[in-house]
Design a protein around this ligand. Structure first.
Ligand SMILES: [Zn+2]
Length: 179
């Protein structure tokens, strides 16, 4: 994939925000991608970006070790997850709770970078309206940055019907009618 230069940042925020801006520029917008932030001498360093080649979910376990203090990932902006892209999913929040790490997420819908800290933020403080009538409680954390439109602009026409059969990983994805 795209190895990030091992820039050392003074804060976790700076490291994760920089990494997600790289993600906006370089990741295939059909697939989630992400990585982790590690504590090193003198600051914090982001790992390379990885993807599991799925529209929802990227398996960051392979990057986790005891130096990891935060992780970050993208939410793609397909028709299936547009209503949810700006929120941390339940599994996002539970993972950060369980691992005691801070989560950062870039929504490719509204371009905001959000931060979810399980020691400070509720994971279900927002009621999300859902087409089927089910109500979901998720969190959008706190906005900490913004990534200018990047590569996915070129792919805008391709986002849509593709991946119709692969949306089951998202709590609201199964059974959504296509266009
Ligand atoms: Zn997520």
């Amino acid at each position: 994939m795209n190895p990030l230069a091992l820039a050392v940042f003074a804060t976790i925020d700076e490291s994760a925000i920089d990494a997600l801006k790289h993600a906006a520029e370089t990741c295939d917008p059909h697939y989630e991608c992400g990585g982790v932030v590690r504590k090193v001498d003198g600051g914090f360093v982001a790992s390379r970006l990885i993807t599991s080649y799925r529209p929802f979910g990227v398996d960051l376990a392979q990057l986790y070790d005891r130096d990891v203090v935060a992780d970050f990932h993208t939410h793609i902006c397909s028709i299936h997850n547009k209503p949810f892209a700006d929120f941390f999913s339940t599994s996002d929040a539970l993972a950060n709770q369980g691992l005691r790490t801070v989560g950062y997420m870039l929504s490719l819908c509204d371009r905001n970078i959000r931060r979810y800290d399980p020691s400070q933020d509720d994971r279900d403080d927002e009621e999300v309206d859902f087409r089927s009538g089910r109500v979901l409680y998720l969190t959008c954390g706190h906005i900490v940055g913004w990534a200018p439109p990047g590569r996915e602009e070129k792919f805008a026409d391709a986002l849509g019907p593709r991946d119709d059969s692969r949306s089951s990983g998202w709590p609201g994805g199964s059974g959504s009618p296509g266009p």
